[in-house]
Design a protein around this ligand. Structure first.
Ligand code: ADP
Ligand code: MG
Length: 296
């Protein structure tokens, strides 16, 4: 097995994330490698949290716009979206769109998002425009009420450009989807390096929400070996829930629906509902540990 290229002491890196009372939790769904399950996870986790009665905002930061089309906004369907928000041409409230799920809203990737990478180069504090837009929306609501969402889920593109950096700077935590494959370990190593750099500079409190294995095939030994390897490096950070390979998860985007609206009985939809449940439980456990610590 190859060594993933992350540095020596995972325990030090493994800051647990805590629920913030001052604003929504911002989850960046990130992995610098393409095809690992980011978009599928962003969409279906967001939908599953909404099904668990949390108010959720999904922001599509990938110019490919697959998350947008997966919740009913194919290319061109929305006039304004992430681009307008990042370039300061619209407020958050102006780019939020409803979805078929009552508690899930989306900021779609409008067509020109690909241009944002270049246009942002000349903007001061270009890595922090998303963070600033979210903060501004929060303060606008005034009187400590904050924005209506408990979770903001960011679907990141598969590269370390200005869009991914904006996600990592705006995020409270990073959730890492990955496949249980040999080459996926390199992607994980690269991301961990990026997270460390972002912590050292622009977002010191960024934590790791966890690592989730996607498109998982239990039958292969290699998959089990990769899981053990990652668990060894990141104790306590790998979600127990794994997302199996499931055809419904790849079919539902073309119907503009998260899997739970397309076929709720499917293994894929059920796995993401279980992931949302596990995430909420882990956060509850962490919150109660923090409270106990504060009281003792
Ligand atoms: P990324 O956003 O990291 O590039 P995607 O979520 O778009 O990855 O997934 C890549 C491809 O694999 C897509 O075609 C998607 O529909 C498919 N896919 C993702 N997860 C699953 C799964 N659990 N089972 C079957 N197909 C999947
Ligand atoms: Mg994607």
């Amino acid at each position: 097995m190859p060594e993933a290229k992350h540095s020596s002491d995972p325990a030090k890196r493994a800051k647990p994330s805590t629920t913030s009372r001052t604003g929504p939790q911002v989850l960046a769904i990130s992995n610098q490698k393409g095809g690992e399950g980011k978009t599928t996870t962003a969409v279906n986790l967001a939908a599953s949290l909404a099904a668990a009665e949390r108010r959720v905002l999904l922001i599509d930061l990938d110019p490919q716009g697959n998350a947008s089309s997966s919740v009913g906004y194919p290319r061109g369907a929305a006039q304004r979206g992430t681009y307008d928000l990042l370039l300061g041409q619209a407020t958050l409230a102006e780019v939020v769109h409803p979805t078929e799920l009552e508690r899930l809203e989306v900021v779609p990737a409008s067509t020109d998002l690909a241009g944002a990478e270049i246009e942002l180069v000349s903007v001061e504090g270009r890595e922090s425009v998303l963070a600033r837009a979210l903060k501004q929306a929060q303060s606008k609501q005034g009187k400590g009420k904050g924005v209506p969402w408990e979770f903001v889920v960011l679907d990141c593109p598969p590269s370390l450009g200005i869009l991914t950096l904006n996600a990592l700077v705006a995020a409270t935590s990073v959730l890492i989807p990955m496949q249980a494959r040999y080459f996926s370990l390199e992607g994980l190593g690269a991301l961990v390096g990026t997270i460390e750099r972002v912590r050292a500079s622009l977002n010191p409190t960024l934590s790791v929400e966890g690592i989730v294995f996607c498109m998982f095939d239990r039958r292969t030994n290699l998959a089990q070996q990769v899981v053990s390897e990652v668990e060894g490096h990141f104790p306590g950070q790998v979600f127990e829930t794994v997302i199996p390979q499931n055809i419904r998860l790849s079919e539902s985007p073309s119907f503009g629906k998260p899997a739970l609206l397309y076929d709720i009985e499917s293994k894929g939809a059920q796995a993401y509902l279980a992931l949302a449940k596990e995430l909420l439980e882990r956060q509850r456990d962490r919150a109660s540990t923090t409270t106990k610590r504060a009281q003792s």
